[in-house]
Design a binder for this molecule. Sequence first.
Ligand code: ATP
Length: 314
Amino acid sequence: MVIYISNDEMEKCKKIVVVGSTNVDLIARVSHLPEPGETIGDAEYCLSYGGKGANQAIAAARSGGHVSFISCLGDDAYADTLITSFVDSGIDVDYIQKCVRHSTGIAFIFVAENGENCIAVAPGANNLLRGERMDTILPVIKEADALVLQLEIPYESVISLIEYAHTVDTKIILNPAPAKQIPSYILEKVDILILNETEAMLIAGQSLDFSEPIGIARSLLRRVGQVVILTLGEKGSVIVSDEMEKQIPSYVVNTVDTTGAGDTFCGAFVAQWVEGVDLQDCVQFATAAAALSVTRIGAQVSIPYQKEVIEFMR
Ligand code: ATP
């Protein structure tokens, strides 16, 4: 579904820039994980599109956000298909770069009947989002109201984008996934930190007791700009800011696949927050969007549109 809006309306929209990864997941369903040297001849193949950056950009756009996605793709057959799918979700793709003689990021995934998996990721063009390529995107970030980042592109690029966005007063939303430690002088420049339990432990630098999630979010808030949102899977999430502390339960749904729930949550949240919606209402909306996503198989295909989320919340 593509939503067309006039130039006047476009001017009034708050602008979200997502800088991050794009991946293609090549999945083989197998009876068992192959031993070294073994060939399994009857695997079932399927392909899905992912990457935390792409997932969050799609979630924000489908939730009504005006989103520019900045990502590096290869010059392979996947790139055009991916760009078409971003456009179909309503994303501005002007700043996506196709990198000559490089491949799009690929995740090779084996999933066994017993649920075990093993994964090899070839980041390909995702690793090229650095150096001079970064200089060309700074004006877009300066014009934006919100910058959304994760950690699937070069770490030093994320750090320098946070430092730059802070100097030009663009609000920074960081989802520190996959989990890595972030130095304190960078964390304090982040306006909103959205993280899950694993990421919280890495950032806190110690094991944590999640029976007191508000206390954990409160202690993280001492190191972050404005807001910490700690997501707790099917247990929901907690929001902590200087003004509020609140636990938001998840919706009880028929869960079939939780892949991308966190990304759906982040993107849906930002689309609301950038428009000035009350913090708790943003998290409620994100919780509903994420709940809908877990009722469907796949990552990007499972991300709902704003209309579906509103109907679900009625
Ligand atoms: P993932 O890595 O699977 O994308 P994550 O670990 O980053 O997710 P979670 O904390 O697992 O993030 O989930 C994010 C949000 O999605 C939760 O706060 C919750 O609102 C919603 N959610 C996750 N799992 C479920 C579930 N089984 N039922 C309903 N809502 C869920």
